[in-house]
Write a protein that binds this ligand. Structure first.
Ligand SMILES: Nc1ncnc2c1ncn2[C@@H]1O[C@H](COP(=O)(O)OP(=O)(O)O)[C@@H](O)[C@H]1O
Ligand SMILES: CC(=O)OP(=O)(O)O
Ligand SMILES: [Mg+2]
Length: 403
């Protein structure tokens, strides 16, 4: 069976899945489940390499003698796993999630040498993601030189943001150089919109989507298109995240520089030591923080409260831009599983007409698409488990088919 291998390479994990041909209409969600899916954990230096197949027990991988070979070991494990569980699969291309397409790419593209050079130049804008995304591409190009490698960009869904939404209040010359809002999590928002069109009559209205995972952002859509989003030039802006600060007065950065912090130290602080982790001093993992807060840890409680507060604040800003909200959708690890975060957000947005069905909300634990609004709610509320890989696979099929 012809299939696309989708790779989402991050700093610590490499997620993979095979997607069979998605039917004849490019851009439509096909019902075929993905298969041979899973992730490799422990890619960070000093991590413990493990293959975690979906629905099966994790398997420890032999640690390479040389740190530089971690990626190669991971890829060999992916190849062996895919060959073992899907021996009949015929991989026709590899699709990669790449967070930043910058000004260069508004649509999926073949990853040739020129594309790799342009995308590498965007690394400073997404230091937590882009180098790992591209390392994945390089390794896959080496492992499968005959296969087309296709890049699918988080920024593409936001490519037609209204001009004002893209602007910072900086001189025109900087805007023209590309210092502007791009927006991220686009594969996820694209997927959510496709699902919503199948289950809500209001999908063409004012839709507020909350992607709450390790990285977190909001997107406001009208007629299915992104009109506002909380992430900006880099994947730092907007909501508080697992270890990223979100919106921050740039004066703080100037202050740190005056205090003698180096660029590398500031980058480390903003991307890796802030957010839920920084505020709690404990963890970037919402599950762990919930348990700690329940056990009376005050810093864990503050981190969760601040996460919710910042979510409320940004949601209000996007609702104002949309002129109200018809549909609210939660996705990402926290959005899909954490009923308490959804309940807190719904309470905060009661003024917009959001009212949850408490039983439906508590029951929704990441196991499927569900409506969460009460019968009297003016706003529909949905939880949609995201599938960034499926959108990447669809895009790759569409690109292959138009050649
Ligand atoms: N059952 C759960 N309850 C609360 N939070 C959860 C649960 N499962 C996952 N999460 C949270 O989801 C976040 C990771 O989201 P995810 O979308 O998987 O991230 P990534 O961007 O790495 O793919 C973590 O903060 C994790 O704690
Ligand atoms: C763009 C981004 O923040 O991605 P992730 O949520 O995968 O970290
Ligand atoms: Mg994510």
């Amino acid at each position: 069976m012809d299939s696309i291998l989708v790779i989402n390479a991050g700093s610590a994990t490499l997620k993979f899945a095979l997607y069979p041909r998605c039917g004849d209409t490019p851009g439509e969600i096909a019902a075929h489940p993905s298969f041979a899916a899973g992730q490799i954990d422990g890619l960070q230096p000093g991590g413990r390499l493990r293959l975690c197949p979906s629905g099966a027990d994790p398997v420890d991988l032999a640690e390479p003698a040389d740190e530089a070979q971690r990626f190669d070991v991971a890829l060999q494990a992916v190849q062996a796993h895919v060959a073992a569980v899907a021996p009949d699969a015929h991989i026709v291309a590899v699709a990669h999630r790449i967070v930043h397409g910058g000004r260069y790419y508004r649509a999926p593209t073949r990853l040739d040498d020129t594309a790799m050079m342009l995308l590498t130049s965007l690394t400073p804008l997404a230091p937590l993601h882009q180098p790992h995304n591209l390392a994945g591409v390089r390794a896959l190009r080496k492992a499968f030189p005959a296969l087309p490698q296709i890049g699918c960009f988080d920024t593409a869904f936001h490519a037609d943001l209204p001009e004002l939404e893209t602007r910072f209040a900086l001189p025109q010359a900087l805007h023209d150089e590309g210092v502007r809002r791009y927006g991220f999590h686009g594969l996820s928002y694209d997927y959510v919109m496709q699902v919503l069109r199948g289950c809500s009559t209001r999908a063409g209205g004012r839709v507020l989507m909350a992607h709450l995972g390790s990285g977190a952002s909001l997107c406001g859509a009208r007629e299915g298109r992104s009109v506002a989003t909380s992430m900006g030039f880099s994947a730092l802006d907007g909501l508080m995240m697992g270890s990223r600060c979100g919106q921050l007065d740039p004066g703080v950065v100037l202050h740190l520089w005056r205090e003698g912090w180096t660029e590398a130290q500031v980058e480390q602080l903003l991307y890796k030591e802030s957010g839920l982790l920084g505020v709690s001093g404990l963890s970037a993992d919402m599950r762990l923080l919930r348990r700690a807060a329940d056990d009376g840890n005050p810093q864990a409680r503050t981190a969760i409260d601040l996460f919710t507060y910042r979510l409320t604040r940004e949601a209000g800003a996007l609702a104002a831009v949309l002129g109200g909200v018809d549909v609210l959708v939660c996705t990402g690890g926290i959005g899909e599983h954490d009923a308490a975060t959804r309940a807190a957000l719904a309470r905060a947005l009661h003024y917009l007409g959001v009212e949850l069905d408490g039983t439906a909300n508590t029951a929704a634990r990441g196991d499927g698409i569900a409506a969460l609004h009460s019968a009297g709610s003016a706003v529909e509320v949905w939880v949609v488990p995201t599938d960034e890989g499926r959108v990447a696979a669809q895009a790759a099929w569409a690109l292959l088919d138009t050649r």
